[in-house]
Design a protein around this ligand. Structure first.
Ligand code: KG4
Ligand code: ZN
Length: 330
């Protein structure tokens, strides 16, 4: 079964053709990150203008690369949220228009659920599992009964982890989105030289909070010279990841957990993967394949396939709305 996936929740315009929820035949992505770099963060209006320009070209390019004609498709899956409302509407309207023009069912997919699906695309995890979504917009820990049944364990009370990486990277003079550059800078630093306290949320030991850590990094940069910046980057990264490890371990104490499933752009970070693999050596871990951590349409098409099957091939009605905030868990 062939699904066309469309992703436009933030600053990536992406289209992909995926077979049977697993095999990526082609993907085409246009990013407007270089525009946002000038502003130090995503500028929604600029993102929307770029989506409008890019959406049809990325779709036709993905189809061409996959050697798939519109009539070969079984359905069109689109990320309906969460994300920037204007950006979501552009992907959704394109998907609806093509659904009518090509007479193909439409399927709405939750972008954050798709981030977790990205890690399950190649291989099905062992359930029950604990899922961690670590992205620029979200930090979530979830109990997963199976692929499709989620219960929220905890989330962040302030910044998302990727957002904290990006803001701290800006303090260290790195261009937006600075997460990957901060990881590189941290490699040349010594995190042990600076001690940042582990984040704590009052009365909620499993909740995340990264804004205090970012502020601690701010004060450290004010007292430091530029050659100390790598130490600050390393201390920030080590503390943020120690917090994830500690809270995952704590959550596992009261839940059965046969594997860990990861999703979101921060999963590109090699140090994060090494730490989890070191600290949970016997526990199977499912990480997104290269190219599937950050925003992409393959994960949307992949999850869309399962939603399409679950709807008995009906898909969603054409008045499907964008959902900028609605959660996907119980
Ligand atoms: O999943 P994603 O592409 O977008 C959202 O749905 O938010 O995640 C983007 C986030 C950005 O904050 C980016 O800096 C962060 O993922 N990121 C990283 C790394 N690569 C991307 N953070 C830390 N280390 C990395 N290597
Ligand atoms: Zn995302």
């Amino acid at each position: 079964m062939l699904i066309l996936g469309i992703e436009s929740t933030c600053d990536e315009t992406s289209a992909a053709v995926v077979q049977d929820g697993r095999e990526i035949l082609a993907e085409e992505t246009a990013s407007s990150a270089e525009v946002h770099r000038l502003y130090g963060g995503v500028f929604p209006e600029m993102a929307c203008r770029r989506h409008i320009d890019a959406i049809l070209p990325v779709i036709s390019s993905a189809l061409q690369k996959a050697s798939v004609f519109p009539q070969d498709l079984d359905a069109i899956a689109v990320a309906r949220g969460p994300g920037l409302i204007g950006a979501l509407l552009i992907g959704l309207q394109a998907a609806k228009g093509l659904s009518i023009a090509w007479d193909k069912p439409l399927i709405g997919v939750n972008h954050v659920e798709a981030h977790l699906y990205a890690a399950m695309m190649a291989k099905t995890p062992l359930f029950p599992a604990i899922g961690l979504v670590l992205s620029g917009g979200h930090t979530l820990m979830l109990e997963m009964e199976n692929a499709g049944s989620y219960r929220l364990i905890s989330t962040t009370v302030d910044d998302a982890i990727g957002e904290a990486f990006d803001k701290t990277a800006t303090l260290l003079g790195l261009a937006y989105p600075g997460g990957p550059a901060l990881e590189q800078m941290a490699k040349t630093g010594n995190g042990a030289k600076i001690s940042f306290g582990l984040p704590k949320v009052k009365n909620n030991p499993l909740a995340f909070s990264f804004s205090g850590l970012k502020t601690a990094a701010l004060y450290a940069t004010k007292q430091a010279s530029q050659e100390d910046y790598p130490d600050i980057a390393a201390a920030f990264q080590e503390t943020a990841f120690a917090d994830l490890l500690r809270k995952t371990r704590l959550a596992m104490q009261t839940r059965s957990c046969r594997s860990l499933v990861f999703g979101g752009g921060v999963c590109n970070n090699r140090r994060l993967r090494d730490l989890f693999q070191e600290q949970f050596p016997g526990l199977p871990q499912f990480w997104p394949a290269p190219g599937l951590s950050a925003d992409n349409a393959a994960m949307i098409a992949g999850l869309g396939y399962h939603k399409f099957i679950a709807s008995n091939g009906q898909g969603d009605p054409l008045d499907l709305e964008a959902l900028p905030r609605t959660p996907f868990w119980n």
